[in-house]
Design a protein around this ligand. Structure first.
Ligand code: NAD
Length: 425
């Protein structure tokens, strides 16, 4: 794929857009339009009665680690795809997104109860560490073959709990290109009897932690000052300095106040979840990890940082756990997920993680830029107005007509949509 810039994509009719996407990406129309069938869903969950569709859009303009990438985004909320694409365009003027990942190490937890002497048990586990690791390492030969496996064993003492003190053993497991929940849970279950034999205790829970703080994805981007200047819809001009400083002030609010940080991080997750869902990954796991990580210092705070670089440009970073896979789970079962991975051309889970955090940072910037300048409602207005028009019963050409009139009147409400609709009919 030569470029993720597809000028005029927005204005094409839907079927033309699909053709354009197939041409630009080299992914066939058949792959791009393949959908999950009810028969497949029946094998995925219990009591299946069908499938449930959401809009799929394409995030444009992304350059991640020097590579052009078209990003599939599954989301029901207006403005997210447009916002991320627009900010990716600003970021590409500063060289695009630079992403790095720590090794794909997940944490499996084993809760050790009924141990008479916690310290003695902890020492016995530490003394047996090499044997325990060798056993854990041999559990998944497929994973071992691709370079994954057991990496470490840690004993933690939980002092303050409603049932009194107990031990927790963490198994650190490199899961390579998998999300890793099944791999880690299996390893923990297999290791438990040996831990019980060593300590004389009882291993109660055996399950991975979604606070995947050893599997972090980090991204940074620089937005050249001149890219930030713009003139608003009402003719108000914003200088680059004004927009930059407004964004830094907005970020400071999120850094200092959990009420704002929750909404700030929700904006990041608008971008993150859209790609996680598009690729068939577990977005609850990503959400849980993100918010737990945001609270790691004892106070919930922003997952991103924004400031100015030495040249006065706007510089942003985002760091968070990113337990996503390109094998396992639904990634290889869901035809849409397979097409999504093909479209991005990712070869490793880390590469996918890097793209996902780039979209998160872009989306974060889109929300802050709007909030720090014109306010969020203007950008939301036209798509929101279309949804309200549809809810009021408009169809076909009437959707645009009703929406346009409501936007012009600055009154986007269902009762007004119904009135306009009656008048037009
Ligand atoms: P999986 O078990 O389906 O696939 C992983 C396996 O694929 C590995 O164990 C390995 O044997 C094999 N494999 C082949 N090539 C590989 C490669 N290059 N890299 C890594 N492994 C390779 O899937 P999983 O990722 O272990 O589990 C993901 C699923 O678990 C998701 O559907 C998730 O929803 C679910 N889950 C999540 C939680 C949680 O988040 N708390 C708990 C339970 C289950």
């Amino acid at each position: 794929m030569s470029s993720s810039r597809l000028p005029g994509f927005y204005n094409l009719p839907l079927d033309e857009r699909l053709k354009r996407l197939a041409e630009a990406s080299g992914v066939s129309l058949g792959d791009l339009t393949a959908r999950l069938e009810p028969g497949q869903a029946d094998h995925m969950i219990e009591n299946a009665v069908g499938t449930y569709a959401l809009p799929l859009g394409i995030g444009l303009n992304f350059v991640v680690n020097g590579r052009e990438v078209l990003v599939p985004m599954v989301i029901e909320e207006p403005s997210v795809v447009a916002g991320a694409s627009f900010m990716a365009k600003l970021a590409r003027a500063g060289g695009g997104f630079r992403a790095t990942c720590t090794p794909p190490e997940m944490i499996g937890q084993m809760q050790l109860l009924d141990v008479p002497d916690l310290e003695a048990a902890a020492h016995r586990i530490e003394a047996a560490r090499d044997g325990l690791l060798a056993e854990a390492d041999a559990i998944d030969p497929v994973l071992k073959k691709v370079g994954g496996g057991a990496r470490g064993l840690e004993v933690r003492r939980i002092q303050d709990s409603p049932i009194g003190p107990f031990l927790v053993v963490h198994l650190i497991y490199d899961v390579r290109d998998a999300m890793g929940a099944n791999a880690v849970n299996t390893a923990c279950e297999r290791l438990a009897p040996r831990l019980e034999a060593i300590t004389g205790g009882r291993v109660h829970l055996k399950i991975l932690s979604n606070l995947a703080d050893r599997r972090l994805a980090r991204v940074e981007a620089t937005i050249p000052l001149k890219e930030l200047a713009f003139t608003g819809a009402d003719g108000r001009a914003f200088s680059g300095e004004q927009v930059r400083d407004g964004i830094v002030e907005a970020w400071a609010f999120a850094a200092a106040d959990p009420y704002r940080a929750a909404t700030h991080n929700k904006g990041i997750m608008n971008g993150i979840d859209a790609v996680v869902i598009a690729t068939g990954n577990d977005w609850r796991a990503i959400e849980a990890g993100a918010h737990a990580y945001a609270a790691r210092g004892g106070r919930y705070t922003s997952l991103s940082t924004w400031g100015r670089d030495a040249g006065g440009n706007l510089a942003g970073t985002l760091e968070m756990p990113m337990a996503v896979g390109i094998v396992g789970g639904a990634t290889k079962v869901h035809p849409g997920a397979k097409a999504a991975l093909k479209l991005m051309g990712v070869q490793t889970a880390s590469e996918l993680a890097g793209i996902i955090v780039a979209v998160g940072l872009a989306q974060n910037l889109a929300a802050m830029r709007a909030l720090a300048t014109e306010g969020i409602q203007r950008g939301h207005m036209s798509l929101h107005a279309r949804q309200v028009a549809i809810a009021a019963g408009a169809s076909g050409e009437l959707i645009e007509k009703v929406a346009a009139q409501m936007v012009a009147e600055k009154t986007v409400r269902i009762d007004r949509a119904e009135e306009i609709l009656r008048a037009l009919r």
